[in-house]
Ligand binder design. Sequence first.
Ligand code: CDP
Length: 215
Amino acid sequence: KVPVITIDGPTASGKGTVAQQVADALGFHYLDSGALYRLTALASLKIGIDENDVDTLVELAQDIHIVFREGCVRLDGEDVSLDIRAESVGNRASAIAVHGALRQALIARQRAFRVPPGLVADGRDMGTVIFPDASLKVFLTASVEARADRRYKQLIEKGFSAKLDDLSRDLRARDDRDSQRAAAPLKPADDALTLDTSNLDVDQTVQTVVGWFRE
Ligand code: CDP
């Protein structure tokens, strides 16, 4: 079986950066599952449907054409790497991710990323639902303050404007929604190793995860 490392955790816990670097260190492929929710969210905003129009969301999730290549992502041929990082898209992604039928519609697309020599997958339910047989499951956490701070820097770096207060508030709202939804709520898998990154930098976190995998 192709090995998989799952990295789950709350919003802005640093999963994306860490997962990408762990994948690079091991020569594995990388799945940013949140990007699939963000792409569906962006597509839904573009055609102007309601966030609770589940049937149309499911159709969108199945029909949109997605290509990940060299750090860029294309939606139906258009480079949307930056567009999907907007807070408006992240908030819409979090809102539509509560729908069980939409989550179901994205399962096959996510599992298709499992190809040799291996995969690092980040998200909310990688270890619990999508890859329950993963070789290593990591649950990344960090304090709300550390996460709001990281998200702030990330947005400013990309040229978006942001306010720390608003970010902390949105972050808590997303935490609540992610952990309280009925479909695949955010929680560590029973066999996950938890890592609090509040006081760790990216390098230290990556080294810890790679070390666990090699053990
Ligand atoms: O880092 P942030 O949480 O803002 O975003 P993300 O990881 O790109 O995911 C965007 C949204 O999609 C999250 O707020 C989750 O609600 C949802 N999501 C999910 O439900 N399951 C996943 N495996 C990945 C993301």
